[in-house]
Design a protein around this ligand. Structure first.
Ligand SMILES: [Zn+2]
Length: 110
């Protein structure tokens, strides 16, 4: 048996599972199992390597820069990336372009 988390409302330890939900018998609070569990999201590059803050990647596809006619050319090296939440899950600074967001699917770890 995996240990169930205590009730988030009254901290009762007597929670039990009811299908996908966890139920507290003391205050009748119900919540979705797993919602209290922090799962680290793994961001991977185009070929499935896990990326981490500070990694260096190269761009594998010409990328249009939003709001300008500039293009980040394929092969551009991007140093010291920072992983963030969102559609563009890499925050970085590219020489000549400045701060911008990239999609992890368009980069490859060096
Ligand atoms: Zn409770």
């Amino acid at each position: 048996m995996s240990e169930l988390p205590p009730c988030p409302k009254c901290t009762s330890p007597y929670t039990y599972e009811d299908g996908p939900m966890l139920v507290c018998p003391e205050c009748a609070h119900e919540w979705a199992a797993g919602s209290e569990v922090e799962t680290a999201k793994v961001i991977t590059d185009a070929v499935g390597n896990a990326l981490a803050d500070g990694d260096t990647v190269t761009v594998i596809k010409d990328l249009k820069v939003k709001g300008s006619s500039n293009v980040v050319k394929v092969g551009t090296k991007v140093k010291n990336i920072r992983l963030v939440d969102g559609d563009h899950d890499i925050d970085c600074k590219i020489d000549g372009f400045g701060q911008m967001g990239l999609k992890s699917e368009f980069v490859k770890k060096v």
